[in-house]
Write a protein that binds this ligand. Structure first.
Ligand code: AMP
Ligand code: ZN
Length: 483
């Protein structure tokens, strides 16, 4: 399998450190508000990666943090803690907010068929780990105390900017006006490991530490949580592209300074989902959540399909029109699979493995999910038994997570039930011999029409035409003639 490694800026063959396990770490949500569907794009793609690694035969251990402390309103150690801001907004305690939005996050994940990582660790559970790491960084000269806080000294590293070619000057140009520089920092990119002094003295969660009562910086949690559950090395680390700098850059700085060796081999970054107006936001414009999609009548899995139809390394523009198209494609796909007969023919292993090869080739190429979806259509079009087609779809869906088989089974059941209901209106054959198979199709078409599934009704009419039959709807029920 080849994956694009942000660290080397090339597509590389994936080779895990250990033969028996792939160690995977993904940055989790900051639980101060609902996730927007942009955040969830990142989690969908990480879910696909995890599931495909398993499909390809790897044993995976995946760890994710829950940020319930220390993430300030600006990623550059500025502003107040997002959790505190959320608590104030809702007149609740920080822990109530954390619990509520953690549950809401996993409820969204469930609707989108995003598997829960093997380990989910809240940042507030690992204070001792941060203290241990920071103590060593201070002892070895990688960190310093100033103005009550502990900072990481980026000047101690040979190479700090690992993901991009930003220079100090480039970043200085990018500094927005109005953001106050922290005067305690020795170097512009130094970052806080432990806060005891902040402008926002109402910080709710604080712990004792060798440097005074305070709370950890945002970056240290991911290094510590990863090491706690995965040890001192990591195969793949993922996150949204905005995490590359400063968050992941700082994770690497502190982890490698602490460990004394390279930490993680592959870094994968998911590009953003944007709206036509630009960046997706939780505070401005329409707050796009999974619940909002549902309220508007969309299936969350249609959104998953929408994400899979594009490559994770390209920005994706969300619009309701684009989602309509994805929903239409999803419905049609389910209808096509529902039209297959689970008992027709035998499974043809050679066809199945040829289809599987195509599917793997797509995902082996840096997770080309849109080609992997095409492999499903290829299976449906293949010149083979319905059983083989269904076996291929079922296999691929263990990675794609679109619930294709379950939804199609349900659809088939509904059609059967509806067909039984409309059976009272007998199908008449005029000028030709009655044919039970044709009669069944005509009944299914009547059922689809009754259910207002006109795409399905049209599809069946097409099939009847292809078989040389015409169907005319009369007040006494459908009449079938030779076309
Ligand atoms: P947060 O809850 O803000 O820590 O973000 C959770 C995850 O969503 C991180 O991996 C972010 O990089 C990612 N993310 C944030 N905004 C977007 C977006 N518009 N599209 C895709 N991923 C995003
Ligand atoms: Zn992280």
């Amino acid at each position: 399998m080849k994956i694009y490694n942000s660290l080397t800026r090339t597509k590389e063959e994936f080779v895990p450190n250990h033969p028996d396990i792939v160690k995977m770490y993904t940055c989790g949500p900051t639980v101060y508000h609902f996730a927007h569907i942009g955040n969830l794009r990142s989690y969908i793609m990480e879910d696909i990666l995890e599931k495909y690694l398993r499909y390809a035969g790897y044993n995976v251990k995946r760890v994710m943090n829950i940020t319930d402390v220390g993430h300030l309103t600006s990623d550059a150690d500025e502003g107040e803690d997002k959790m505190l801001k959320g608590a104030r907004r809702e007149h609740k305690t920080v822990m109530e907010i954390a619990k509520f939005y953690t549950d809401a996050f996993f409820a969204d994940c469930e609707k989108l068929n995003i598997k829960r990582p093997d380990v989910v660790e809240p940042a507030t559970h690992c204070i001792d780990d941060y203290i241990r790491i920071i103590t060593k960084l201070l002892d070895t000269g990688y960190a310093y105390q100033a103005g009550g806080n502990v900072y990481f000294d980026t000047s101690k590293l040979e190479k700090y900017f690992v993901f991009n070619d930003f220079s100090e000057e480039d970043l200085a140009v990018g500094v927005r006006e109005g953001v106050e520089e922290d005067e305690n920092k020795r170097n512009k990119n130094d970052f806080v490991l432990w806060f005891t002094k902040s402008k926002f003295e109402d910080q709710a969660l604080k712990w004792d530490s060798p440097w005074g009562v305070g709370y950890p910086g945002w970056h240290i949690e991911c290094s510590a949580i990863s090491m706690r559950h995965l040890g001192g090395d990591l195969d793949i680390h993922c996150g949204g592209i905005d995490n590359a700098f400063p968050h992941h850059t700082n994770e690497i700085a502190q982890s490698e300074a602490y460990l004394g060796h390279k930490w993680c081999n592959y870094w994968m970054h998911v590009r953003h989902l944007n709206t036509a107006g630009g960046k997706m936001s939780k505070s401005k414009g329409e707050f796009l959540t999974v619940s909002l999609l549902e309220e508007k009548g969309y299936d969350p899995l249609a959104y998953r399909l929408f994400c899979l139809q594009s490559h994770y390394r390209r920005n994706l523009v969300f619009s309701w029109e684009n989602l309509d198209n994805a929903q239409g494609a999803y419905n049609k796909l389910i209808a096509k699979i529902a039209a297959l007969d689970p008992n027709q023919g035998e499974i043809d292993e050679s066809v199945l493995s040829a289809l599987d090869e195509k599917f793997r080739a797509a995902l082996d190429n840096d997770l080309n999910t849109s080609l992997a979806v095409t492999a499903v259509y290829d299976a449906l079009k293949a010149d083979t038994s319905d059983r083989t087609k269904l076996a291929a779809v079922a296999r691929f869906d263990t990675v794609l997570g679109l619930d294709l088989i379950a939804r199609a089974d349900k659809r088939r059941e509904e059609l059967k039930k509806q067909a039984a209901e409309v059976k009272t209106q007998a199908v008449a054959f005029e000028g030709c011999e009655p044919d039970p198979e044709i009669e069944k199709l005509v009944e299914e078409r009547a059922a689809a029409k009754k259910a207002k599934n006109f795409a399905e009704a049209d599809r069946i009419r097409g099939e009847l035409t292809a078989r040389g039959y015409a169907v005319i709807d009369t007040a006494n029920g459908p009449v079938v003639k030779r076309a």
